[in-house]
Write a protein of this length. Structure first.
Lengths: 364, 317
């Protein structure tokens, strides 16, 4: 599309201008295409946001525009009449429809003293007033948020999810760092076989181990508690071990050898040499795990059955969905509240996220 | 190299015990740092796997734990003659037919878009296409439940604008599976980033050489980009196939845990969940889990066999 042979200093300005114009057109068209696709892609998010500011009537009105709006009415002689767009005298005026009929009667809110205006509409239409579109005014409704919180206690759900996510994140980061350090820096018999087993457990479907785990946790009395959702993560996680090991391998070994010679213990070396070098990878692991835990549905669903006070966001939201499925406004307000935390954190740390994915996804 | 060096250092054999001590020290510390994984793997993976195998050959229902007994392959026999298993497999397969192509071509297309030389604000696009990946599966189901609502949902409103009567999506036996597959378009962010990294790893010299030879952009894409990123596509294809076999959350919420409407969302995993946590029949549920594992393994091996026809590995990698 654009040639990059910029090695001819004798280009006439005319030619350069043409090329600049072509570049500009290419960039505009590509970006426009990108915006259209992005718009379609994020459309559900727009629905979520706008619907959370609508009451039930605004959602169900089939003529309402996408923005939260309400039909405008005009009070004439103690009664409310809908405002409609009327083509009259070659222009479109917003008039209140007072009497519907073959000849409708309107009142002009700008000029009510003029009295009722007769309007016949297009010829040959039985009820010409039906062709008129009502006037809407944007009017967001904020009551959904408080109502949703009253119904399900969104803040308690968020608190529960937060406690579980933060504790299990601390656990998995500590344990996975230790295990990844063992795989990256120490030679011990069977290391390579064990590492293959680590990779294999990433692929193993959860269902195979989930049922005995459930039986086990129930038999030791951990059913109906957060412990099955937190404690296993203190024994590292294969995916995180893999990511951290790859990262640790890229740190020059001379650095920890120097620390060893200075008499630092392996533990000390981990704390003072490896960890300070690995913040990007550790941040990525911590965030992946935090959001995995925050969004996990199945674990909390199975282990917290019946303990509503301990529910996390996904379980609480499911319950809310079943109870308020017919009230999209409430539902979307609750959903918007619960997704706001991950989305805000994501925008502050998106670079680490994407780097982390690349490390695990490509350099396998 | 060591064979040449050794005669030059006669003191080396003397050092050997000291080196061995160092080696022991290394093993000791290595195992100390490894210990969380050893414990975790044994307790939460190895032991449960063995237990799960044992469950699958026993009659074991948590409602009547006293009736626990060895029944051989009766669970497997039951599974192969269970019409619900076949039905749920067919639903899962139908879902895979819709969702797997989406899970490959959409992220590939998006990666090409956000990698395009002429796109302004690439990083903003990348972040925004990735963002829904942060949203929990449950929230995604709730949002799409609204968007695909037959009356107030935007999709049917848009269709109505073009004079098309949209279906009832999640309430319709025929449309619910495609609608669930449609929902997965929001979780292509990871794959997009991985494919983007794959695109960026293609050596630019290849494109330059092709351009010198007068290759069109489409030919460059087909003959350079596609072969060079085919290992990345292959990797994601396996993830997509295995992932679609294990699909559950959307079906669980849309189907109210019962397979609504009329059993159309009774996916394999949903059936497994019902047996395990509805009827607490752990023996049969473990059997279902193992069969699912072997179906996934079989498909993965099949894909590995077929990859020779289309996946290109640059030599030396």
């Amino acid at each position: 599309m654009t040639t990059t042979t910029a090695t001819h200093p004798r280009n006439t300005t005319n030619w350069a201008a043409k090329r600049r114009w072509r570049n500009f057109t290419a960039i505009s068209l590509t970006t426009l295409l990108g915006l259209v696709i992005l718009g379609a892609f994020l459309m559900p998010l727009g629905y979520l946001f706008l619907t959370s500011f609508k009451d039930l009537q605004q959602i169900q009105d089939p003529n309402a525009p996408f923005l939260p709006s309400r039909p405008v009415t005009y009070n004439y002689q103690g009664k409310d009449y809908p405002l409609v767009k009327v083509p009259i005298d070659g222009t479109v005026k917003e008039l209140a429809l007072v009497n519907k009929g073959r000849v409708s009667q309107m009142i002009d809110p700008q000029n009510p003293d003029k009295g009722l205006i007769d309007w016949t509409g297009p010829a040959g239409v039985a009820q010409p007033w039906r062709t008129l579109t009502p006037v809407y005014r944007v009017e967001p409704y904020a009551g959904n948020f408080a109502a949703a919180n009253d119904a399900v206690n969104v803040f308690r759900l968020m608190r529960n999810s937060f406690i579980i996510a933060i504790l299990s994140t601390i656990g998995t980061v500590m344990a996975s760092t230790s295990v990844a350090y063992a795989f990256a820096r120490f030679r011990f018999p069977g290391r390579d076989v064990l590492f293959i087993i680590v990779i294999a457990t990433i692929i193993l479907p959860g269902q195979v181990t989930f049922i005995p785990q459930y039986v086990f946790f129930r038999s030791i009395g951990w059913g109906g508690t957060w412990l099955p959702l937190i404690v296993p993560h203190f024994f590292s996680n294969a995916y995180n071990v893999f990511l951290l090991r790859q990262y640790f391998m890229s740190i020059p070994k001379e650095l920890d050898e120097a620390a060893w010679i200075d008499g630092a213990s392996p533990f000390r070396t981990l704390i003072s040499v490896i960890i300070p070098q690995s913040w990007p990878a550790l941040t990525a692991v911590a965030m992946f795990h935090f959001f995995w835990s925050w969004n996990d549905f199945f674990g909390p669903l199975v282990y917290l059955t019946g303990r509503e006070d301990l529910y996390t966001i996904p379980v609480g939201l499911t319950q809310f969905n079943n109870a308020f499925g017919s009230q999209p406004g409430l539902l979307m307000a609750a959903t918007l509240m619960t997704i706001s935390v991950p989305i805000v954190i994501f925008f502050f740390a998106q670079r680490q996220f994407m780097q982390g994915i690349v490390v695990t996804g490509v350099e396998k | 190299m060591t064979a040449v060096a050794q005669p030059a250092h006669p003191a080396l054999p003397k050092k050997k015990p000291r080196f061995s001590k160092l080696e022991r020290r290394e093993i000791k510390w290595g195992l100390i740092f490894l210990s969380p994984w050893i414990v975790g793997f044994t307790v939460f993976t190895l032991f449960p796997m063995i237990a799960s195998l044992i469950f699958s050959v026993t009659q074991f229902n948590l409602l009547q734990p006293q009736d626990f007994k060895f029944i051989g392959l009766a669970n497997y026999q039951r599974l192969f003659t269970d019409p619900q298993v076949w039905q749920s497999l067919m639903i899962t397969l139908r879902f895979a037919l819709f969702s797997v192509p989406l899970a490959i071509f959409l992220p590939l297309g998006l990666a090409l878009l956000v990698n395009a030389k002429n796109l302004f604000g690439k990083n903003v696009f990348r972040a925004l296409f990735f963002m829904p990946q942060m949203i929990s599966a449950v929230a995604i189901v709730v949002v799409f439940g609204g968007v695909l609502n037959s009356q107030s949902g935007w999709i049917n409103r848009i269709l109505a604008f073009f004079g098309i009567q949209g279906p009832n999506w999640f309430q319709d036996e025929v449309w619910v599976v495609p609608a669930l597959a449609l929902m997965t378009v929001w979780t292509v962010g990871n794959t997009m980033i991985v494919m983007l990294a794959g695109l960026q790893n293609v050596p630019t010299e290849l494109y330059e050489a092709a351009r010198v030879d007068g290759s069109s952009p489409w030919n460059s894409f087909r003959n350079i980009t596609m072969p060079m990123i085919s290992p990345v596509i292959f990797y994601n294809l396996i993830l997509a196939v295995v992932g679609s076999l294990q699909y559950l959350v959307g079906a669980f919420i849309i189907g109210n845990g019962r397979g609504d409407p009329n059993g159309a969302t009774m996916f394999y995993n949903m059936y497994l969940y019902k047996e395990a946590f509805g009827y607490l029949d752990m023996g049969y549920a473990a059997t279902l889990a193992w069969v699912l594992f072997f179906i996934g393994l079989g498909l993965t091996l099949l894909l590995f066999r077929l990859q020779r026809r289309w996946v290109y590995y640059a030599t030396g990698d």
